[in-house]
Design a binder for this molecule. Structure first.
Ligand SMILES: Cc1cc2nc3c(=O)[nH]c(=O)nc-3n(C[C@H](O)[C@H](O)[C@H](O)COP(=O)(O)O)c2cc1C
Length: 187
């Protein structure tokens, strides 16, 4: 089996849901953002990254996301939204929201590729990260339009995904065994 630094990073990355309070370094943030900007894209880089490192705003986003989630009739979501202990951002000090331009071809896949790049770059420099969809529910809450303005989401762009970043609280993370029989070869 071939193994190199990139493959090791890909396999080591896990969703981290417990972070230290300390903010990540600016150079770490910039390295992660730069990686996001180099993701494959169909829309000629028609994405936008919003970095939020303000604790008060992160707390408000968590609450707004839970309000938004309550309004959607999706099984399991209501329980999370009503759980006061649940913080959809896990107390991470940095959140990056990835928005895509509203275009005839939706740019969700571009934003997903960029989000994955953020996570892999984070892992490669020793940061913890987690892909967070839940916080996007904030934009479905009554506060959505106001939040979009406050976050300076560009006109005509839709927040699709996000990633939280921070220093890992625990270094040992459970790695679920990979499922078998997920590949078909036709040769
Ligand atoms: C589209 C997408 C949305 C996700 N949203 C959330 C989320 O809102 N909250 C969360 O804790 N994890 C979220 N995750 C992370 C997954 O739960 C996680 O990747 C999965 O359990 C596999 O674990 P691993 O990342 O450690 O390999 C999301 C992942 C993807 C791809």
């Amino acid at each position: 089996m071939i193994i190199n630094e990139t493959l090791r990073t890909l396999k080591q990355r896990r969703s981290i849901r417990s972070f230290r309070d300390e903010q990540i370094k600016e150079e770490e943030l910039q390295a992660v953002l730069e990686a996001g900007l180099y993701a494959p894209n169909a829309g000629d880089q028609a994405w936008h990254f919003t970095v939020i490192q303000n604790k008060e705003l992160l707390d408000r986003l968590n609450l707004a996301a839970k309000e938004g989630a309550k309004q959607l009739d999706i099984e399991g979501l209501e329980e999370m939204a009503n759980n006061e202990q649940y913080n959809c951002l896990y107390g991470a000090p940095t959140l990056i929201i990835v928005s895509g331009k509203q275009a005839p071809i939706p740019l969700e896949a571009d934003c997903a590729a960029a989000t994955q790049n953020l996570l892999l770059a984070a892992e490669s420099i020793g940061l913890g990260s987690c892909w967070i969809y839940f916080v996007i529910f904030a934009f479905y809450s009554p506060l959505g339009p106001e939040l979009s303005k406050e976050l300076k989401i560009p006109e005509g762009y839709k927040p699709y995904y996000s990633a939280v970043l921070g220093y890992k609280q625990d270094s040992v993370v459970n790695v679920p065994v990979r499922k078998p029989n997920l590949i078909t070869y036709i040769r």
